[in-house]
Design a protein around this ligand. Structure first.
Ligand code: C5P
Length: 230
């Protein structure tokens, strides 16, 4: 049986709402609650731990385990794992991705349980051409990457519990700050990470524009679920 960790302790300054991003209202509920609802619809998930800003633990949805997050995203993951009851594999998910469907979580759990990987991570093929610049203040292009080999990584990321616990315990504070995703810590330690095919619809809320798109998607989903009754 799986345990889920939702990281929701970021400040979300780029959203400009003056509130932690996970608590901003999206289609009538706090952003965080969309991920909690999706995870509750996955039968394999027996517990949900939520990492929140230290002053906002009261905002944890009923039935979830609240824990104060850390300075960096991976520090929040580490604290949530420490508070998690038994359960293996461990699903790590960003509250900032409220559109992830129960099917994606369930497919990730099935995939890790049936294979040899230490981590299975949601990702979508990129549709933009990606160029590299070395200096952000110069913007001279240094390379064009081969698009057919590139995938944009998302959450959920599903881990064998022992593997995630080990890399988080071994990481320094600098490693935790450098890790924009937890799977990188596994790769660095020589573990096996496999992609779980997802699509760009599992978008990450960063700007007010993202929030507007997510509102439209959820309004459409609610209308479909309602069967046009209202
Ligand atoms: O900042 P970013 O959008 O990359 O954050 C991704 C996720 O990690 C968000 O859901 C955010 O709430 C969470 N986070 C966290 N603790 C931090 C920083 C980010 O739980 N210190």
């Amino acid at each position: 049986m799986a345990v889920a960790l939702i990281v929701a302790a970021g400040r979300g300054e780029r959203l400009g709402s003056g509130r932690p991003k996970a608590l901003v209202t999206l289609a009538g509920r706090p952003l965080l609650e969309w991920s909690v609802a999706a995870l509750r619809a996955v039968p394999e998930v027996t517990a949900i731990v939520v990492a929140l800003p230290a002053g906002e633990l009261d905002a944890a949805p009923e039935g979830t385990i609240a824990v104060a997050g850390g300075e960096t995203r991976s520090e929040s993951v580490k604290r949530a794992l420490a508070a998690a009851p038994g359960g293996d594999p461990v699903i790590v998910h960003d509250a900032a991705r409220p559109l992830a469907a129960p099917e994606l979580f369930a497919r990730g759990v099935a995939e890790i349980e049936s294979g040899e990987a230490d981590a299975v991570i949601a990702a979508a093929p990129v549709s933009d051409t990606i160029k590299e610049v070395v200096h952000e203040d110069d913007l001279t292009v240094s390379a064009t990457l081969t698009r057919s080999r590139l995938w944009a990584v998302q959450t959920p990321q599903i881990f064998r519990r022992a593997a995630l616990g080990r890399v988080l315990a071994e990481a320094t504070a600098e490693d935790l700050a450098a890790a924009t995703d937890d799977a990188w810590l596994i790769e660095r330690a020589g573990g096996t990470v496999r992609l779980l095919r997802s699509d760009p619809g599992n978008l990450k809320i960063t700007t007010p524009h993202d929030l507007r798109i997510a509102e439209l998607v959820l309004a459409e989903r609610l209308e479909v679920a309602d069967g046009g009754r209202s």
